[in-house]
Design a binder for this molecule. Structure first.
Ligand code: GTQ
Length: 357
C-alpha cells in the first residue's frame, strides 16, 4: 500500500520521492474523506466558475397545448380537492424539481366558475399573470382583485390569499413563485386557514386607487413589497404603446416598462421583478444577456426569441424561459407585447447581478 512507501513527515508537508506523490495524495484524500473533508484544489474550477453555469434550458410552452391539457384537469380534480389546480411548467433540464428556472416556479392555474381556492399564506411570494377568462378574483390581505387578461397580480410573502371565480367562464393564469429560491435558503413556512375565504375588509380596487394614482396617502408604507395588488393591463399597455410611438424603444428590450412599487420606485417584490415591453413590427433586438433567468409571456403578437442559437417561436399566451447568462435577442414579426418576470431584485440585493452583450 501507498502508506508503506510514503515518507514519514511527522505531520509536516513533504513531497517525498516524485513517483510516490500521486499515491501519497490518494492516500491522504482517503484519510481526510473519513473526516468529511475534501481538497478544494480538486474542485476549485467547478465551484468558483469563470462564468455562470446553468442547468436551466431555454424552453417554450405553447398555449394551444397548455390550454387544452389544463382544461382537462377540470374534469379530473376539483379546486377544493387540489387546493390549487395548477399544472407545473417544468424546465426540461430539471424535471421533477418544480422549477422553470433554478430560482423560479411557473405553473398554469385554472379555476372554474363557482370554485374557491381556499385561503392560505406562505413565505414564497407569487405573481399571477392572467391569460384567459375574465372576472375571477384573488383576495389578498382583505382586498379582492378582479382580474382581466394581461393583469398582473401580486401576492407578497406571508400575505393571506384565496382565489374565487364568480364569473361564468373558466379562468387561467400563469403563476410565478419564488419558492425554489426560498427553499434554497430552507426558509419556507406555510399555513392554511379554517375558513376557505377570508373576510373582505377593503373595497375592490382600493390599493390601486390609493397608491397607483400619482398621490400617496399620509402615513407610512414600510413593507418590502408594493402596496398595489393589481397592475392592470388596461393601464399599462397604453404606456408602452405611447413609448413605442414616441420611438422610446430600447435596442434589446423594445419599449419597456418595469412594474414599480409606487412608494419607493423599487421592484414590486424583493425577490422578483416584472416588465412589460412592446416590440414594434419588424423589431430585431440586439443580443443581451444577464445573470437573472427570465420567464416571458407573449401577451400579443407573434415572433421568436433566439437563445444561445436555439429559436423559440411564440404567439399569444405562450410562455418561454431564457436561462441566466444565455445571450438572446427578440424578433417580432408583428407588433408584439411581452411580459416578463425574473429574480433580478434578489440578485441585486445581494450584489451579484450582472448584465452584458
Ligand atoms: O395560488 O397560492 O401555482 O400556493 C403554487 C403554490 C399557486 C397559490 C401555485 C401556491 C399557489
Amino acid at each position: 500500500m501507498a502508506v508503506a512507501t510514503a515518507k514519514k513527515t511527522n505531520g509536516k508537508p513533504g513531497p517525498g520521492p516524485k513517483h510516490n506523490i500521486e499515491a501519497a495524495r490518494e492516500d491522504y484524500y482517503q484519510r481526510i474523506d473519513k473526516h468529511d473533508m475534501a481538497p478544494l484544489w480538486k474542485v476549485m474550477n467547478s465551484v468558483v466558475t469563470e462564468e455562470p453555469v446553468t442547468r436551466c434550458a431555454p424552453v417554450v410552452w405553447h398555449f394551444d397545448d397548455v390550454k387544452s391539457l389544463v382544461m382537462e384537469s377540470g374534469g379530473l380534480i376539483t379546486t377544493e380537492e387540489a387546493k390549487r389546480r395548477v399544472l407545473i411548467l417544468e424546465n426540461p433540464a430539471m424535471r421533477g424539481e418544480s422549477k422553470a428556472t433554478n430560482t423560479l416556479f411557473a405553473g398554469i392555474q385554472m379555476i372554474l366558475p363557482g370554485e374557491v381556492a381556499p385561503a392560505h399564506r406562505h413565505v414564497a411570494a407569487a405573481i399571477r399573470f392572467v391569460l384567459d377568462g375574465e372576472g375571477a378574483y384573488t383576495a389578498v390581505d382583505g382586498e379582492k382583485a378582479f382580474m382581466s387578461p394581461g393583469d398582473f397580480v401580486i401576492t407578497a410573502n406571508w400575505a393571506p390569499h384565496d382565489h374565487g371565480n364568480t364569473s361564468k367562464k373558466p379562468m387561467l393564469w400563469l403563476d410565478v413563485l419564488d419558492f425554489p429560491a426560498v427553499n434554497f435558503f430552507e426558509a419556507s413556512f406555510a399555513q392554511s386557514f379554517d375558513e376557505p375565504t377570508l373576510a373582505t375588509t377593503r373595497q375592490d380596487g382600493e390599493s390601486l386607487s390609493r397608491y397607483g394614482s400619482g398621490v400617496l396617502p399620509d402615513g407610512k408604507w414600510d413593507k418590502s413589497y408594493t402596496p398595489v395588488i393589481n397592475y392592470t393591463y388596461k393601464r399599462t399597455r397604453p404606456i408602452v404603446e405611447r413609448m413605442a410611438a414616441a420611438g422610446d424603444v430600447d435596442k434589446s428590450h423594445g419599449a419597456r416598462v418595469r412594474y414599480a412599487n409606487p412608494v419607493t420606485g423599487g421592484p414590486v417584490l424583493p425577490t422578483m421583478s416584472a416588465w412589460l415591453a412592446m416590440l414594434p413590427k419588424g423589431f430585431k433586438g440586439e443580443p443581451y444577456r444577464a445573470t437573472d433567468g427570465t420567464v416571458f409571456v407573449c401577451v400579443e403578437g407573434e415572433g421568436h426569441t433566439e437563445v444561445d442559437g436555439e429559436v423559440l417561436e411564440w404567439g399569444p399566451n405562450d410562455v418561454f424561459v431564457v436561462p441566466p447568462w444565455k445571450r438572446y435577442h427578440h424578433v417580432a414579426g408583428k407588433q408584439s407585447v411581452l411580459f416578463s418576470i425574473s429574480d433580478r431584485p434578489a440578485q441585486e440585493a445581494l450584489g451579484i447581478w450582472r448584465e452584458g452583450k
